[in-house]
Design a protein around this ligand. Structure first.
Ligand code: NIG
Ligand code: FE
Length: 415
């Protein structure tokens, strides 16, 4: 199939965009993309490709913008229930950490999730996946973390593996058994940390190969006051590595505990949130391949005013990505378009920087940049057609869906 006559095709060719390279769109005016068997064969000017492939089935996208499907590299898409009541409490003045300390927050979603069956988990999650696809996301990362015991964490993984098979979206999995301390270990974080390291991670290492031939999931930890401190985070991530798992970290959402430098030291694929990150930690990111994943929907969702210091990360030479952080507590948002709009306003990214952060760099954050995140020969044909004629409308506009079509591995879906 030849997708042609786009006002602009943004290829994002050339690999992850470090530091000041962020924003190289590889823009082709009057562009076209040739797709065969779910992969990209060629990109170029419409006139050239229409001449070269006269018998090809065509899709005329006259006047629109075509770019790689968004990659959402940080989501907690699977959970049961909702936290609307907490939203109301926050509006009345309670903070997220106060609610968490009072037994609400993540743990209240854990109570709901532990009660849910596999089918219920899948049914609730599927709705969110469909919404993500309609908003232009073609691959996402999905974390467990609302089970906080082996049984429920593995049930969440099973649901995600099945949804990955059933739904058009590709799902990259992350095990977040260390998302919070469950009620049965309240006041005993070291005890739960030991459980994660001595029982839950080994159980995962045994369970996974029996389910799928796919490579091991990431293991992630919430390194934060009220969750896991720096030593406990190190213990968990080192155990993960020793068991052969790639790693990620949640760090600096509220307090700077040094999680970013730990992530860099241990070679984590990404360090995520990064709101109160210190200059020293930013410097560490600059010299590493650990991708800095900013989650602007989270401070927005919490009505807070501090966002990831993107400019400093870019100046230090870091690889910056953005994600939604889709979750029931702080950011129920399925739209990378909205994350981009926030990143432009509050992190001062330009639209082209936000687009690179949401595609090729986001793919790098989940180890997928060789396969997706740009429109280059040999890559998977994951692309979106937006109902705009100038790419800067991404970021500029918000609150409506700009997607006309989503093409996932060559299959066309409506936005
Ligand atoms: O990324 N920071 C930890 N986890 C989520 C919040 C999850 C929740 O509140 O349910 C986050 O913001
Ligand atoms: Fe998160």
């Amino acid at each position: 199939m030849l997708v042609h006559s786009a006002a602009q095709v943004l290829t994002l060719a050339g690999g992850p965009q470090r530091g000041s390279r962020l924003g190289e769109l590889g823009l082709i005016e009057d562009g076209a993309v040739l797709i065969r068997s779910g992969n990209i064969l060629e990109t170029g000017r419409s006139s050239d490709l229409l001449n070269k492939y006269p018998d090809e089935e065509t899709l005329d996208v006259g006047g629109k913008v075509v770019l790689p499907g968004f990659v959402d590299p940080h989501t907690h898409v699977i959970w049961a229930g909702d936290r609307a009541a907490e939203f109301e409490l926050r509006l009345q003045g309670k903070s997220y950490l106060e609610i968490m300390e009072a037994g609400g927050g993540i743990v209240s979603t854990v109570r709901e999730t532990r009660k849910a069956s596999l089918k219920q988990l899948k049914d609730q999650t599927r709705l969110r996946l469909k919404s993500m696809l309609a908003h232009g996301t073609t691959t996402l990362e999905a974390k467990t973390g609302y089970g906080l015991n082996s049984e429920t964490e593995l049930l969440m993984l099973q649901a995600l593996l099945e949804l990955d098979q059933e739904e058009p979206l590709d799902i990259v999995l992350t095990y977040l058994g260390a998302h919070a301390v469950p009620p049965e270990y309240e006041g005993n974080t070291p005890g739960y940390t030991d459980l994660v390291c001595k029982e839950m991670i080994p159980a995962l290492a045994e369970w996974w190969p029996a389910q799928t031939k796919g490579s091991f999931p990431y293991i992630d930890v919430f390194c934060e006051t009220g969750a896991f401190d720096l030593d406990q985070s190190r213990q968990i991530l080192e155990t993960a590595k020793a068991n052969g798992f790639p790693i990620k970290i949640h760090a600096d959402e509220f307090d700077n505990l040094g999680g970013v430098s730990l992530a860099v030291e241990l070679g984590a694929a990404s360090a995520d949130h990064l709101v109160v990150t210190s200059p020293e930690d930013i410097k560490a990111l600059g010299g590493s391949d650990t991708v800095a994943v900013a989650l602007p929907c989270t401070p927005f969702g919490l009505a807070e005013s501090d966002y990831t210091p993107a400019k400093a990360i870019i100046e230090a030479g870091g690889i910056l990505a953005i994600a939604t952080d889709l979750n029931p507590g702080t950011a129920w948002c399925e739209s990378m378009q909205f994350a981009a709009a926030l990143a432009c306003r509050y992190m001062k990214l330009t639209p082209k920087q936000a687009i690179a952060a949401a595609t090729i760099n986001a793919a790098a954050a989940i180890g997928m940049d060789k396969k997706i995140g740009s429109l280059e020969p040999g890559k998977q044909a994951d692309l979106i057609v937006l109902n705009i004629s100038d790419y800067r409308h991404i970021g500029y506009r918000f609150g409506t869906n700009l997607v006309e079509f989503v093409i996932k591995q060559g299959q066309v879906y409506q936005g």
